[in-house]
Structure formats: structure tokens, C-alpha cells
Design a protein around this ligand. Sequence first.
Ligand code: NAD
Ligand code: ZN
Length: 353
Amino acid sequence: MTISKIPSEQWAAVVEKTGGPVVYKRIPVKQPGPDEVLINVKFSGVCHTDLHAMMGDWPLATKLPLVGGHEGAGVVVARGDLVKDIEIGDHAGIKWLNGSCLNCSYCNVADEPLCTKAQLSGYTVDGSFQQYAIAKAAHVARIPKECDLEAIAPILCAGITVYKGLKESGAKAGESVAIVGAGGGLGSLACQYAKAMGFKIIAIDAGAEKKDMCMKLGADTFVDFTTSKDLVSEVKAASNDGQGPHAVLLVAVTEKPFQQATQYVRSRGVVVCIGLPADAKLSAPVFDTVIRMINIKGSYVGNRADTAEAIEFYRRGLINAPFKTVGLSQLQDVFKLMKEGKIAGRYVVDTSK
Ligand code: NAD
Ligand code: ZN
């Protein structure tokens, strides 16, 4: 079913070979399958995952050629015959989880990111760095009409992921949470969700620009990992009682902080791993982990309920992380800045330019 006129060709940013660069070009618009919707993507956030995908950093192959992107906010312009619960003209979001089987032992308990048949936007299927993108209707994010499509785009991966990670940490309001990589895309949103959830925030990242941003977003303390003489002591000292934060949210893109976190988390604390640096390993001394009862866990995006909850925080006006918008044709420049660690907050691309 379709009402608006859908062109047969569109602009897209395409990874033609692993390592990049992305090529801005015209490609065909595809038709949605019976259980899918076609979304006219207006804006898409740029996640570090998109850079990992282009660079082939992970032990999981991408499709090629690949249209990346998984923070796409737009308008539903066509739907398959089986789709009944989303209307043409509704606002919807392409998120990392493009589809899942909805009938395995994981999907049955709403752990759909763990579905072995999950399809990933901008990785195993084409994503939101194009003007018209397809996803399973059951999985697209429902975006309330009152929400700005440009500003909500980063919520569709970064927001959902850090909100889920904070829930997974089990930390309670008033407790301290260290956010490692706080000045980046996920980190800046983590500061806002953590503030809204009532945590005391220790932000860790580098440089004056990211420090200012994190403090404005609600951090109580900022520790600069490039200049700190003793990061472990500084983080502990910034926690409620000097024993270390109750939880650590690792959204950094290098291995070192993953090795460091168990040294400053408090006894019985929880280390939540979210960032996915290439070829990185986790290790911690068994002795300390046991006698201090430290919990180390992974957290991977969020399910449909986490999505709706994360969007509701945004809709209520609780989440206001900074973003900069450029045309989709400039995506390669954004990747360059991202590689250099120069982005405070998030970049969003406008698919009309
Ligand atoms: P980003 O580039 O915007 O931010 C990364 C930040 O980490 C930067 O600000 C950088 O300065 C900081 N950093 C680097 N080394 C650090 C260190 N030693 N200590 C503290 N901070 C350090 O990236 P992003 O888009 O926020 O993504 C972050 C990571 O999360 C990526 O690896 C991405 O693939 C991953 N990710 C995971 C999930 C998931 O579901 N688990 C979802 C989305 C993204
Ligand atoms: Zn992402």
C-alpha cells in the first residue's frame, strides 16, 4: 500500500569495498516485502559502529556493497500487505535491529538482539544512509509526531543502547556511575539518561570541549584520561564514598579502559561493556574479581520495549544531547573526524543534501 509518489532512484552513501571510502551516488529504491515498511529517511545519526562496519573491524562480515546507517528517522511511505499496525505517514525509525525471527527462545522473551537470525541495519542489510530504507514493521521504532526527526535520530541507536546499559548496570538513583567515553555519541547521551535516572556521574574522556559538554549534560566530575596522573584514584575519589562507582558504562573505542575498569569499580560493582573496539580483549585478575565480587557484563542495543522507553524519555524533554547536522554527501568527512576522536556528541546527516 502506498500513497506518496516514490521515486525509482535515490541518493545513498555506499561502502563499495571494506576500508571505504563511502561513495555518494544514485541507487535504486527497493520495494518492501509483505511484513516490511519503506521509510523515507529524513535524518540519520552517524554511529561509530558505521565506521567499524566500513573498516571491517569486527569478526562478522558485512554485506557488500553496503549502505550503512542505523539511526534513521523518517516517514513511512509504503507498507507490505501483512502490515496492519503502522500507517502511511507515520513517523518511524530504522534502528540497528532491522528484523528478527520473533519465534526463537530469545525472541520469545523479548531478547531479540540475541536472535541468531537477526538482521542488522547498515551491516547485514542496507541501512539509513539512503533516502528510502526498509525494515521489518515489527521492529521499526514508533516515533511520536511531536518529536523532531533530526534531534531524535541519535536516540535510535545511541540513546536506546546507553539507556539499556544503565538498566543492565542495576545501579540505583543516587549511586555513582562512571561513563567511559562520555564525550562521544553514546557517552553524551549516557550523561543525559544517567542524569534523568538520578545517578551521580563521573565522566571520562579527553579535552576541554568534551569536558565542557559533559559538565553541561549533567556530569558531576570529569576525568581526562589523557592528562590524569592516576586515573584509578581520581575515579574512586569522585565516587560517593571514595570506594569507587557502583557501575561503569564502557562506551569507549579503545581497549585500555576495558582493562582498567575493574580497578576502580567498587566491590560488588558492575562493569557494563558496550563499546566494541577492534580486536580488543577483556581481562581482570581472578583474585580481585572473586574477593571483591565484581560483575562484568556485556550490553547490546535494546529490545522493542527499551526502544519505546528511551524514546519516551526524549519525548518528555529529558534528553538534550548536542548534535551537528551535515549533508549525507559529507559522510566521509564525518568518518574522518570520528576516526581522529574529534567529535563531541553526535553527527547527524540530512539525506536531502
Ligand atoms: P564515538 O567515537 O562518538 O565516541 C567514543 C569516545 O570514546 C570518544 O569521545 C573518545 O574520545 C572516547 N575514548 C577513546 N579512548 C578512551 C579512553 N581510554 N577513555 C575514555 N574515553 C575514551 O563512538 P560512539 O558512536 O559513541 O560508539 C562507541 C562504541 O560503542 C563503538 O565501538 C560502537 O561500535 C559501540 N556501540 C555498541 C553498541 C552496543 O549495542 N553494544 C551500540 C552502539 C555502539
Ligand atoms: Zn550504533
